[in-house]
Write a protein that binds this ligand. Structure first.
Ligand code: GTP
Ligand code: MG
Length: 368
């Protein structure tokens, strides 16, 4: 899974990125880089650990989340935000979810580009920016279909018409301020849409980057924003970015000690919290592949069918998908081996329409 971090210039994107990934990317005046920072965080999963204990594989590979921190410098949009107006539009499109880092700290050394600190304004502005990018994408696609309409076969015309109708419905929705995240789609429509990279379709986590002095009041600040009504499939998390960045650089014990001294001992680490929130927000589940070579966790969206899951492993497996052998992770542990699971009729053979369940261990049979 890939999560993109966007926001106004100097809102603390890189600071939040460092806090979450234990990264060392340069921030502030030193962040002259014009390329995104990329950090990988391993997702802890006890089920995978237990599968590895059984198979003793050569390789143990947890799922990971890639965080991409887009630079503020060198972007085309407005006052240098890394929103969709930037040259990173295509990169943003490839993200599974977005984190919007919002400047919610007051520091004269780091003035807000709009001069005042106003998270609600910034949240609304970014939402608008994302909506505009989607409208532009819809328009382009509509024009394309219309120009192709004359030359396509009569048998394919129906499909093109259906797509046009869908795009127009989406457009009307966005124009009346309903982001794609909250518009209803059938499974078929979703499948069609997955070929495009609509930004308001992506789950969004708003991270309020608050000052150190507010570190103990993060829950209150989140509640205040939520009270205003957050759109569906969005979440808000407040984080004292700079403080968390510093804590993330310390050995765990020292960081815990610090947290106690600051009266923050009850708070989960920002790292754990962001992983959980990102996962829940995107609606992800994990499935496993297990054997003597490798035990590995994979992530796929909740609701994905077997071929889509297979495609996470390799595109050939999706293209040439024949069927999948599936066993629940705990059934496999209890049986002790695939062969024994098969004997106990715990191993199922599933086809293209199988909806993958969280905790499935899968073996994909394919032919390309
Ligand atoms: N006081 C305070 N300063 C912060 C906080 N978060 C970030 N900063 C400072 O604000 C400046 C900008 O932070 P960055 O993380 O580089 O912001 P950015 O959004 O990545 O900036 P660009 O990539 O240039 O757009 C740095 O000097 C940070 O140290 C915070 O919570 N409190
Ligand atoms: Mg930055």
């Amino acid at each position: 899974m890939q999560v993109g971090i966007i926001g106004l210039a100097r809102s603390g994107k890189t600071t939040v990125f460092n806090a979450v990934t234990r990264g060392q990317a340069a921030t502030g005046a030193y962040s002259a880089s014009t390329e995104p920072n990329i950090g990988v965080v391993k997702v802890p999963d006890e089920r995978l650990d237990r599968l590895s204990a059984l198979f003793k594989p050569k390789k143990h590979t947890p799922a990971d989340i890639h965080y991409v921190d887009f630079p503020g410098a060198g972007t085309a949009f407005g006052k240098g935000s890394t929103g969709p107006g930037s040259r990173f539009l295509a990169d943003l499109g490839r993200c599974d979810a977005l984190i919007h880092a919002v400047h919610a700290f007051d520091d004269p050394a780091v003035p807000h580009p709009e001069e005042t600190v106003d998270p609600k304004r910034d949240i609304a502005a970014m939402e608008l920016e994302l909506a505009f990018a989607d409208l532009a994408l819809i328009e382009k696609r509509v024009e394309r279909i219309q120009s192709e309409m004359k030359s396509i076969k009569a048998s394919e015309r129906g499909e093109a018409e259906r797509e046009l109708t869908l795009l127009r419905r989406m457009q009307a929705g966005i124009e009346s301020e309903v982001p794609l995240r909250t518009q209803p789609f059938t499974d078929d429509e979703r499948k069609l849409l997955s070929a495009y990279q609509f930004l308001t379709l992506k789950p969004l986590l708003v991270v309020l980057n608050v000052g150190d002095d507010a570190a103990g009041r993060t829950r209150e600040m989140e509640a205040e924003i939520r009270g205003e009504g957050m759109p569906l499939n969005t979440e808000v998390a407040a984080l004292a970015g700079k403080l968390e960045e510093e804590l993330a650089r310390l050995p765990e014990e020292e960081a815990d000690q610090f947290r106690r001294e600051l009266g923050l001992a009850d708070e989960e680490s920002s790292l754990a919290r962001m992983i959980l929130l990102s996962y829940a927000l995107v609606g992800l589940i994990s499935f496993f592949t297990a054997g003597e070579d490798e035990c590995r966790a994979w992530t796929v969206r909740d609701g994905a069918l077997a071929p889509e899951a297979a495609g996470k492993i390799h595109s050939d497996l999706e293209r040439g998908f024949i069927r999948a052998e599936v066993v629940r992770w705990d059934d496999l542990l209890e049986a002790g081996s695939i062969a024994e699971a098969r004997k106990r009729a715990k191993l199922r053979v599933e086809g293209k329409l199988y909806r993958v369940q969280d905790g499935d261990v899968m073996n994909i049979l394919f032919n390309v």
